[in-house]
Design a protein around this ligand. Structure first.
Ligand code: SF4
Length: 214
């Protein structure tokens, strides 16, 4: 039953938006950095921080880790919570350098399950960030869930308000074929739909999911 519902919802959102070409980022490493910086902040702020790093030619694992924490904090300041994010970014960089010599190719060759487990063990990397890195930077077939996903699923009575991340992820992964481009596009469609329509005060009248046969 849920398979049909989820496919139907996707068709409606895709018909409305067309392809969204996520995740914005020129390289897998840039996507990883963006996934960490975007925690609790708008993407427009992340873009400023990434632009700072690019301008200084620092978007490379070794160079970024060699930068002092104070200088890194200064560069990523526009992304907000910059002290905390400096620590999180450096934890991730240390992991990347210690385990894979900063080589994204090596990281990409790791099997999904064990790699996800290792990412989640890095201090400051939660499920949403880990899965964003896995899906959008490393092309691994894992569905990304976020607060927007929860809001839409809950408003359509598909999950309880306190559903766990894993339960929501399972809903998608048990009902949709493991397919990187599809998982990529589906999450992007959910985010756009929630930002444009499923706000704190929902705008159901013009929403592509209004009347979807959930
Ligand atoms: S805005 Fe309304 S129709 Fe659209 S997803 Fe939210 S609750 Fe559903």
């Amino acid at each position: 039953m849920s398979t049909k519902l989820l496919k139907n919802a996707y068709k409606r959102m895709f018909r409305h938006y067309g392809p969204l070409h996520w995740w914005p980022g020129e390289t897998p490493f840039e996507v990883m950095v963006g996934a960490i910086l975007t925690q609790n902040t708008a993407w427009s702020n992340v873009e400023k921080a990434i632009a700072n790093l690019k301008k200084a030619k620092l978007l490379e694992p070794h160079k970024l880790y060699r930068l002092s924490p104070a200088k890194l904090a200064q560069r990523i300041r526009p992304a907000g919570f910059f002290r905390l994010k400096t620590k999180r970014l450096r934890n991730f960089l240390k992991f990347l350098l210690d385990e894979y010599e900063g080589d994204i190719g090596q990281l990409k060759r790791q099997p999904l399950g064990p790699l996800r487990h290792k990412l989640l063990a890095v201090n400051g990397i939660g499920p949403e960030t880990a899965d964003s890195i896995l899906l959008y930077a490393l092309d691994k077939p894992i569905f990304v869930v976020d607060a927007y996903t929860r809001r839409i699923l809950h408003r359509h009575h598909l999950v309880k308000a306190d559903a766990t991340y894993d339960a929501m992820q399972e809903l998608f992964m048990q009902n949709l074929k493991a397919d990187v481009p599809h998982y990529n596009e589906y999450h992007a469609q959910i985010v756009n739909t929630a930002k444009d329509f499923c706000r704190t005060k929902p705008r159901c009248d013009h929403c592509p999911l209004n009347g979807v046969n959930w």
